[in-house]
Design a protein around this ligand. Structure first.
Ligand SMILES: *[C@@H]1O[C@H](CO)[C@@H](O)[C@H](O)[C@H]1NC(C)=O
Ligand SMILES: *[C@@H]1O[C@H](CO)[C@@H](O)[C@H](O)[C@H]1NC(C)=O
Ligand SMILES: *[C@@H]1O[C@H](CO)[C@@H](O)[C@H](O)[C@H]1NC(C)=O
Ligand SMILES: *[C@@H]1O[C@H](CO)[C@@H](O)[C@H](O)[C@H]1NC(C)=O
Ligand SMILES: *[C@@H]1O[C@H](CO)[C@@H](O)[C@H](O)[C@H]1NC(C)=O
Ligand SMILES: *[C@@H]1O[C@H](CO)[C@@H](O)[C@H](O)[C@H]1NC(C)=O
Length: 640
């Protein structure tokens, strides 16, 4: 009986935190690199079918179709003397002495490409999608070393906005790291060295506003205290922000520096406990078109490399930046609050208070308030695999509400699709996409076309965001998927992608995203019990039999029933099967065994076997001698 209790405990533990569905997908729209690309930059313009991938001395221009990928490879080599010089100087980073393409960005209509160029960064323009030329005749550009890092393992962020390019460079060695405007017609600006403590950048985002001049850019990074004691946490997660209208200071006060820079500390962990995740690895922001509302997702790790996601409200962050005291400054502030976005009036004399505030900001750029996650703790996600990359989408559902969907790439090359509602996180599915289990290195999302691009060092693959046909052919299966991209079309009786511009008042498509509850499908549909015809298995006298039940939903409970009796038997998960084996009290000799899956209060029959006590046929005795894995393999063949 002990094993019984243990099994049912196990069954409850895995629900919720685990993906409900697991798909193994090998789409035709995939591209294989000729050689492993361990550092990958990406550029994708929403609405297009082209993905630009930057690798080692190569730009891959990949055109995706549903049937395959056409590629154009644009070489971008650095000369051999540069590589040799680099190798002589950068002993530990020797392997990084090549031209790794780190930046591919379109600023207005100019394609800017930058690479590490063997420790001596260089930028080009990509012309006619094929030719790399020197940057010229299109606004000012600061040094390529402000845009591209020297080595590919040094993380840099670039963000085009309003015809300018904003770049954030992580610190390495004696380089302090910086946030700059590096290209465009606006004044090129930078952070003061003392504002950032060995920053490692994790992302950047434009924060919109109903008034254009109030638009800001948030930069996400971790700061690293080199002199922290061994028992101290050296990392601090940070948000830094600047105004896009910033044109720098006065002639003799912060002339080339941001005058609107502020930074705040972000916490990610359960309340005020010691268990904090301080190393911010990546950040993505979902906002409304022209409103300062939305959510920030941060991917954090702790000292042991465990990764979690924390969610933050953009309103909370905005509130903190516009009201908090400045850390270490106790004086009175008069005039415009430091950090406020102000349109510069040409020729107007500088207000004395504002000059004073500039001095305050210079020495006190940090706000006192600490940014804490919504729901106080990290999102409840599986912990068996680490998250390496994340992208997010905001989806308008049938009920006109907006839902956040996260795509989490993992260390083992999987992609988790997660819906985050105000109440919980629900893991819709897990995709296994790649032949080799390398980590997901980069992803790009195209909400307009409905595509997700996922890259490992070996492959790039494209997936549809609305993958509704995988959920099954019944209303229940469609609704229980809780996928905001999909709904049940009542008239066509199909699980379909919500068409663009769908008007909820006309009805016709049903969804239920807030809970796993398919009562919207109606009772009749749910109660109709499907019977399967039993497959015959001949059992030899005194041998052991293992019966495999293919698992569709990992949130369902699986039980075997014998001869339509109320008595049922638990099974053990093994890969994608729930296996009934010869445990005590299981009369696995003869009779009909049915595997029943129960989810959302409804029981469905998945498969059935009729055991016939024979003695001649080999199937079962083979299983006995060669073990359960072989029988499972045989079963897999039958089921397909
Ligand atoms: C790009 O294409 C245009 C028109 O085909 C051509 O005139 C121009 O020379 C090309 N530029 C480069 C750099 O090849
Ligand atoms: C970008 O385009 C806008 C409007 O189309 C223009 O005003 C601006 O000068 C352009 N910026 C650059 C850097 O080309
Ligand atoms: C870094 O840690 C040391 C040791 O705790 C501390 O004295 C110092 O103030 C810290 N530096 C910063 C910038 O926080
Ligand atoms: C949806 O349809 C209703 C009735 O046909 C109409 O009144 C309403 O304006 C439509 N809503 C949108 C957002 O198009
Ligand atoms: C099956 O029967 C044979 C012969 O009676 C016996 O030697 C063997 O131990 C039995 N195996 C099991 C698993 O009971
Ligand atoms: C599903 O929702 C219906 C209506 O809101 C409710 O009556 C029912 O108890 C729910 N079912 C489950 C399994 O929660």
């Amino acid at each position: 009986m002990n094993s019984f209790i243990l099994l049912s405990l196990f069954a409850t533990v895995i629900i919720g935190k685990s993906p409900r569905l697991k798909f193994v997908v090998h789409e035709d729209s995939r591209f294989h690199f000729n050689k492993p690309e361990n550092y990958i930059s990406m550029y994708h313009q929403e609405g297009s079918d082209t993905l630009y991938v930057g690798g080692k001395a190569m730009i891959y221009m990949l055109r995706f179709t549903d049937s395959g990928v056409r590629d154009l490879q644009i070489p971008a080599v650095s000369d051999q003397t540069a590589i040799d010089t680099c190798k002589a100087q950068a002993a530990p980073l020797e392997l990084e002495c090549d031209n790794f393409i780190t930046v591919i960005q379109k600023v207005n209509d100019t394609f800017i490409v930058c690479g590490t160029n063997a420790g001596n960064p260089r930028c080009w323009m990509l012309v006619n999608d094929t030719v790399l030329t020197d940057v010229q005749g299109v606004g000012q550009i600061s040094s390529p070393s402000h845009i591209s890092p020297q080595y590919p393992s040094q993380r840099a962020i670039s963000l085009p906005a309003d015809g300018s390019l904003y770049s954030a460079m992580s610190s390495v060695g004696s380089h302090t790291g910086s946030i700059r405007r590096t290209f465009g017609f606006q004044k090129l600006l930078k952070t003061e060295n003392v504002w950032l403590l060995n920053p490692q950048f994790a992302g950047a985002a434009i924060i919109p506003s109903s008034e254009k001049y109030k638009e800001e850019i948030y930069f996400f990074f971790s700061e690293f205290n080199k002199t922290a004691r061994v028992d101290e946490e050296p990392y601090r997660a940070r948000i830094g922000r600047i105004c896009m209208v910033d044109e720098g200071g006065l002639k003799n006060l912060m002339a080339d520096s941001w005058t609107t820079f502020l930074k705040a500390r972000m916490m990610c962990g359960a309340g005020n406990t010691q268990q904090q995740y301080n190393n911010l690895k990546q950040a993505v922001v979902l906002t409304a078109q022209d409103k300062r509302a939305g959510v920030l997702y941060g991917l954090f790790s702790n000292a042991w490399g465990r990764t979690v996601i924390c969610a933050y409200s953009i309103e909370d962050i905005d509130q903190a930046f516009s009201t908090s005291k400045l850390k270490g400054y106790s004086g009175q502030l008069t005039g415009t609050r430091p950090g406020t976005c102000v349109r510069k009036v040409p020729g107007a004399a500088e207000n004395q208070n504002n000059i004073k505030n500039l001095g305050v900001l210079r020495y006190h750029p940090e706000i006192e308030d600490v940014i804490r996650p919504v729901g106080v703790a990290p999102l409840d996600l599986p912990s068996d695999d680490q998250i390496t990359h994340t992208v997010a989408d905001i989806v308008q559902a049938v009920n006109d509400e907006h839902y956040s969907v996260l795509y989490l790439g993992t260390e083992q090359g999987k992609v988790l699709k997660v819906i985050h509602t105000s109440e919980d996180v629900f893991i819709i599915s897990q995709y296994s996409l790649f032949r080799n289990e390398g980590p997901v290195l980069n992803m790009a999302i195209d909400p307009q076309k409905g595509h997700l691009y996922v890259a490992t060092a070996m492959e790039v693959q494209r997936l549809p965001l609305a993958d509704c046909s995988r959920y099954g052919s019944t209303c229940r299966e469609c609704i229980l998927s809780r996928d905001p991209y999909c709904g049940w079309d009542k008239s066509r009786r199909k699980c379909i992608a919500i068409p663009p511009g769908y008007n909820s008042t006309t009805g016709g498509i049903i969804q239920n995203l807030d809970h796993s509850n398919s009562s919207v499908c109606g009772e009749a549909a749910a109660l109709k019990l499907r019977r399967t015809s039993p497959r015959e298995v001949l059992v030899q006298y005194n041998t052991s039999v293992f019966l495999p039940c293919p698992v569709h939903s990992f949130h369902a409970t699986y039980r075997w029933e014998k001869d339509n009796c109320n008595q049922n038997y638990p099974c053990i998960f093994s890969g994608d099967f729930c296996v009934l084996g010869p445990v005590v009290d299981t009369p696995l000799k003869e009779g009909v065994f049915r595997c029943m899956a129960t989810e959302d209060g409804f029981k469905v029959e998945v498969i059935s076997f009729r055991l016939v006590n024979d003695g001649r046929l080999l199937a079962a005795s083979l299983a006995f001698t060669l073990g359960p894995s072989l029988l499972l393999a045989v079963a897999t063949l039958w089921l397909h």
